[in-house]
Design a protein around this ligand. Structure first.
Ligand SMILES: Nc1ncnc2c1ncn2[C@@H]1O[C@H](COP(=O)(O)OP(=O)(O)O)[C@@H](O)[C@H]1O
Ligand SMILES: [Mg+2]
Length: 261
């Protein structure tokens, strides 16, 4: 099991407050890893230390066997918790700008992003200013910004926050596709359902400490006798799928930018 990311004895304090405490963490290559925990658990601090935005007080962090450096940054796609795009910039320029920073030329960027612009219904919006887009749309643009350089590792801080159910599905599909391509994905969330569906491995943080770490299967087995099982349920269609079906059957197409204004 080769590690894409490994943290050893990592501690981070802010004054007297310990945000991350003696953390040991290994993210194997090619897997999807969920960093779980309630607000304030230390997820963002951990991610920011991996990205070398914040320095740990002690401990060591390795990404693809190295300390974080510029060359390594180019091999990672990072979605920060605070989303920032240039409000006045056109979507297409925004994406090309993000591509340029990563050393990707225009043609390559558009070729790479093309299928996503279509599947995410962003194509009609690419010549609009970012500020004209809904929050969900902006978040999808930001997602595309994280993959424009075809990174080996995706590190996403709360990628699902603020998304409506349709966009959650789009992002889930997007992550599944990445996973299929053998990329390593790390994402944080406080929504257990997303983790359960998407992750090979998870770690649960709580008040700066890691309480659980393992595959979803391992962790479930560990708690099987101590946590009540849900009552058996008749299989029934999920509301999410019903919604998609209803939209399909309506024969209506996605609203155009003009209509949404
Ligand atoms: N720059 C900072 N200064 C002081 N406290 C901070 C700072 N960044 C994070 N914290 C504190 O560290 C704890 C963990 O925060 P964070 O890593 O953002 O948690 P999570 O992402 O799991 O919600 C929180 O209590 C937060 O208030
Ligand atoms: Mg956070």
């Amino acid at each position: 099991m080769e590690a894409a990311i490994s943290l050893s004895g990592v501690t981070k304090t802010f004054g007297k407050f310990t945000a991350v405490s003696s953390l040991e963490l290994t993210v194997p290559k090619g897997l999807t890893f969920g960093l779980l925990g309630p607000n304030g658990a230390g997820k963002t601090t951990t991610i920011r230390m991996i990205m070398n935005i914040t320095k740990p007080d002690s401990g060591s962090i390795r990404v693809l066997g190295q300390e974080m450096n510029e060359e390594l940054q180019q091999r990672i796609g990072y979605l920060p918790e605070e989303r920032g795009l240039y409000r006045k910039m056109k979507v297409v320029d925004q994406l090309l700008f993000l591509a340029e920073i990563k050393g990707v030329d225009r043609d390559t960027a558009m070729r790479r992003l093309g299928p996503w612009l279509d599947s995410m219904d962003l194509r009609p919006w690419i010549n609009k200013k970012t500020e004209e887009l809904s929050k969900g749309m902006q978040q999808k643009v930001q997602f595309l910004g994280t993959i424009v350089h075809d990174p080996e590792i995706l590190i996403l801080d709360e990628p699902f926050s603020g998304l409506d159910p349709i966009n959650v599905i789009l992002i889930k599909d997007f992550l599944s596709e990445f996973k299929k391509q053998g990329k390593t994905i790390v994402f944080s969330t406080h929504v257990m359902e997303y983790a359960e569906k998407l992750c090979d491995r998870i770690a649960l943080l709580y008040r700066s400490k890691k309480l659980l770490d393992g595959t979803v299967r391992e962790i479930k087995n560990l708690y099987r006798d101590r946590v009540p099982l849900p009552p058996p349920v008749e299989p029934e269609p999920e509301l999410e799928k019903i919604f998609i079906k209803a939209v399909e059957e309506s024969g209506l197409t996605a609203p155009s930018p003009e209509e949404l204004r």
